[in-house]
Design a protein around this ligand. Structure first.
Ligand code: ADP
Length: 481
């Protein structure tokens, strides 16, 4: 099959979370199965053109935005260490900014996000035609490219070029929907009052994800459990009805991880390598991490690591609630994260209360994230909800035993044979799980058994990429293509 991925993030070019990791690695799995894959993303100003050897393709897609015609430039590169082409759409005034979605000076989404991603979506479709890709499958990701399936069933519905193309939308997180005022309809090119606007309509506003859900041939999300959860009001919010309506076309496929990037046996970002049969290197990694983040590390107490976006989803409230209790335990704690200001400040001041025992680093730091995965003993993910979660899978590989809340992808990937789980969203339950982990840590043989069991699991993309390929094939067959 000829498969095109469209995404606002692709690792290692640009990423803020799991979306980038997935779109930077699933295509490799599909290529290994013999499929032809290409990827489209915006060319953000932050992307280092020299490092990734970007070159101009000469394609210049023009897209009507309101009453103006906007022209972009297309660059291309290969996904590092592969021959998978990545096409990057350049438009200075849209993408050459400090952040991808949020204006750092106000902390709010950029006011023209609807225009930025409408342009992106249409520019990609135009470029696919200019290059002559003829895709069997167009696989979109989250609200930023959710307009593509909508366009395919509206502006492009009479275009023979895409007649046989299957559209797939993966929802990586239903909490982010691309919600805009109705006036922004103008920049999408869709017309008020027409059929398509109705599918995007959401309490008088435009909801790009809702449109994508309505118009995609197939919808997927990133774990089986989350696929069930989002069809309930608690997790699917206001979109649960639409998701339920499309339930027959909605599938959950767990994410894989890219072991060429996340593997302690070959990781170049950590001070010593190690594996399930020789864990000596992990001790060095812990010592290095403790020094780097300014923790005492005098005695052998378990070090709890945490990495992630500081958002309500990630369960930061639970930490805030029981911080003093947690700090009474014989543990050390290190967190790396960025996100909402109130959480950044709260976490900073909690760490300041326990110098030498807790450290908090605010920012996005790929190097430190590898060092924490390798150097910590335990990895805490007390998420309120978690579509898939990748850090618990990285943690398994690094022998860093996960302590997770039993929700979404965490429930689908962590069992008591490799980690610790708690069920209800409460700080007491979380503390109980941490206490259980600390107790087990002190039983060395048991602990090493737990680490090894996790390290030996296989969460590579092979299985999940095959599931995607089968899903594409079945759906194409059903549509008679
Ligand atoms: P989400 O997509 O909800 O943010 P995931 O667990 O699926 O959560 O993926 C998060 C990815 O982003 C992981 O690769 C994680 O290491 C990375 N990440 C998140 N926050 C940071 C940070 N502050 N610094 C470095 N990497 C981060």
């Amino acid at each position: 099959m000829n498969i095109v991925f469209i995404s606002s993030e692709v690792a290692p070019f640009a990423r803020t979370g799991g979306l980038g990791d997935v779109v930077g690695s699933l295509p490799k799995g599909l290529q290994r199965l013999g499929h032809k894959v290409s990827i489209f993303m915006p060319l953000y100003g932050r992307i280092r053109r020299d490092e990734f050897k970007l070159s101009p393709t000469g394609f210049q897609p023009s897209v009507p935005i309101g009453d103006k015609l906007v022209t972009g430039l297309v660059y291309s590169a290969n996904l590092p260490d592969t021959k998978i082409p990545v096409y990057l759409i350049e438009k200075e005034e849209y993408y050459n900014r400090d952040e991808f979605y949020v204006d750092p000076s106000t902390g709010r989404d950029y006011a023209d996000n609807c225009e930025r991603f409408s342009f992106f979506s249409r520019a990609v479709l135009e470029t696919i035609k200019s290059i002559g890709i003829r895709p069997d499958v167009i696989h979109c990701n989250d609200w930023q490219s959710a307009l593509v399936p909508t366009y395919l069933k509206s502006l492009y519905k009479d275009d023979d070029y895409f007649e046989d193309t299957l559209s797939v939308l993966t929802i990586h997180n239903v909490g982010y929907q691309g919600l805009f005022p109705k006036e922004d309809l103008r920049v999408t090119g869709l017309e008020s009052g027409d059929h398509n606007w109705k599918q995007l309509e959401y309490y008088g506003k435009i909801n790009l994800l809702k449109g994508g859900i309505a118009f995609s041939d197939v919808i997927t999300t990133v774990s089986k459990k989350y696929a069930e959860e989002i069809q309930t009001e608690e997790f699917g919010g206001d979109l649960y009805g639409v998701l339920k309506e499309r339930g027959r076309d909605l599938y959950g496929i767990i994410n894989g991880i890219d072991y060429s990037v996340w593997n302690p046996e070959g990781d170049r970002l950590i001070p010593a390598t190690y594996g399930p049969n020789n864990m000596e290197g992990k001790k060095k990694c812990k010592k290095h991490l403790l020094e780097k983040v300014g923790l005492a590390g005098k005695r052998d107490v378990p070090l709890i690591g945490m990495i992630g976006r500081l958002a309500v989803q990630k369960g930061i409230d639970l930490l805030l609630e029981c911080w003093d209790e947690l700090m009474k335990l014989d543990v050390e704690f290190t967190l790396l994260g960025s996100g909402e200001k109130k959480y950044q400040e709260a976490m900073k001041s909690l760490a300041d209360k326990y110098p030498g025992k807790a450290s908090v680093c605010i920012g996005f730091d790929n190097q430190l994230s590898h060092e924490i995965e390798a150097g910590a003993d335990m990895f805490l993910m007390p998420s309120r909800y978690e579509p898939c979660g990748l850090n618990q899978l990285y943690s398994l590989k690094y022998g860093t035993v996960p302590i997770v809340r039993k929700t979404g992808g965490l429930a689908d990937t962590i069992t008591p044979s490799v980690g610790f789980l708690f069920e209800s969203y409460s700080s007491e339950e979380m503390l109980k799980a941490v206490r259980g982990a600390v107790e087990t840590y002190n039983d060395r043989a048991k602990w090493v058994g737990l680490m090894r069991a996790g390290m030996l699991q296989d969460w590579s993309w092979d299985k999940s990429a095959r599931l995607y390929a089968e899903l594409y094939q079945d759906a194409l067959r059903k549509l008679g293509r």
